[in-house]
Design a protein. Structure first.
Length: 260
């Protein structure tokens, strides 16, 4: 890899790490470097959690990508997101939605076909570069419990655009269980949008599902607060080798133990 490109990647990694960490104070993260503008933030409810026992939560997150100086948004090729050890995902007992079930479905049809497997919803937007200029397209985003892979859970992301031509996305996102500071790693490979003419500019999601399985009430996502912080680490790879790498930290509050 050329030395100039290596320096560019290293600069972006450092910038991302410094700026994304600012969101620990409750501020949205902002990265502006080499013509790239990335805004990201997230959070969870409730903020008060037990120290040791897992409690149900809802997770929200969003990011916006744009270019500076009238440039188009850079193309996001992949994203790797790590989730704190204090978080837990429970998919056992949930229905599974396979990508072939919704590969050609509209957002409404997908939600109807795999209603029992829905674990999150949101929206996405993309900029399509056409001869007459940039066109913004939008779609509802649905997150389903996907088919397990190698003993690990997956998420199935579904969206559909109709301009400049119909294109349906049914993307399986592997969720790898890990050791160490982060319990899970999710990997998203972003497919070409509009034959390579499109670039993601916005994604927002809300993830959370309560359900019953085996006679017990369960939550798709839950967490506890062992050290006062829940961390999320992300690595975003864009076209031409641009990488933004950093962590977001959000404070959690200790919930007094019952019976005290």
């Amino acid at each position: 890899m050329p030395r100039k490109r290596l320096r560019r990647i290293a600069t972006l990694i450092c910038a991302g790490a410094l700026v994304l960490a600012a969101s620990a104070a409750g501020e949205g993260a902002l990265v502006e470097v080499n013509g790239l503008v990335l805004r990201a933030d997230g959070g969870f409810q409730p903020r008060s959690l037990p120290r040791r026992q897992f409690a149900p939560i809802d997770f929200e997150g969003h990011f916006d990508i744009s270019g500076k100086g009238g440039r188009g948004a850079p193309v996001l090729e992949s994203a790797v997101v790590d989730f704190d050890r204090d978080g837990r995902l429970s998919a056992g007992g949930l229905p599974v939605c396979a990508p072939e079930q919704i590969a050609s479905a509209s957002p409404a049809q997908a939600r109807s076909v795999c209603a029992g497997a829905i674990v999150g919803t949101g929206h996405l937007a993309a900029a399509i570069q056409l001869g007459s200029g940039a066109l913004t397209v939008r779609s509802p985003l649905t997150i389903f419990n996907g088919p397990p892979q190698g003993g690990n859970p997956t998420a199935l992301l579904h969206a559909q655009i109709t301009v400049p031509a119909p294109q349906t996305f049914a993307i399986v996102v592997p969720i790898e269980k890990r050791r160490g500071e982060f319990r899970y790693r999710a990997r998203l490979e972003v497919p070409e949008i509009a034959g390579g003419l499109g670039a993601l500019t916005h994604v927002d999601v809300k993830v959370g599902r309560r359900f019953s399985a085996g006679g017990q009430r369960r939550s798709y996502v839950s967490a506890h607060c062992s050290d006062g912080i829940l961390r999320t680490h992300g690595r975003f790879t864009f076209g031409e080798g641009t990488i933004v790498d950093g962590s977001v930290e959000k404070a959690c509050l200790y919930l007094p133990a019952q019976g005290r």
